[in-house]
Design a protein around this ligand. Sequence first.
Ligand SMILES: [Zn+2]
Length: 51
Amino acid sequence: MPPTAEFRCTDDDCPLDMLEAHYTYDMPDDVGVDDFECPYCGGATLDAIEV
Ligand SMILES: [Zn+2]
């Protein structure tokens, strides 16, 4: 299975609780939380949630 990653927006005012990213096998190994931004508020301040 391709990996999935879960992120949380660090903006206290943002109502988005959590988002889950589903990668394909083509996703480079060095992609991480810094490569994503919040799809709701656009803030580039996400924390990775360890699952
Ligand atoms: Zn946000």
